[in-house]
Design a protein. Sequence first.
Length: 105
Amino acid sequence: MRPLQHGTLTAFRYCKCEPCRTAKRAYMLAYMRRRRGPPRGLAPLPAHGQRARYQRGCRCPACKAAHTTYMQAYREEKRWQRAERREQIAAAHRRGQEKQEDGTV
Ligand SMILES: [Zn+2]
Ligand SMILES: [Zn+2]
């Protein structure tokens, strides 16, 4: 049997020495990079006026507006959720009081 050539993927199957682990890591990185497509920096930027572009660091008026719109919608949604929750609690209280006032249940 030929001696293992360390620092290769084949050797990693039998050996976990540093060069072999490095080879495996490099292979995995290349593999993940292939799957994910081009690295972030090289990927085409989203068009202006999209929140994605704002998140990528653009602060032009169009992108800021997109972000503001999103945040407003987000806050509005939260506000609704809170109001709904309050309403549920209030309804539960009312039910409880009705029961007490009724005295028959
Ligand atoms: Zn090795
Ligand atoms: Zn922009």
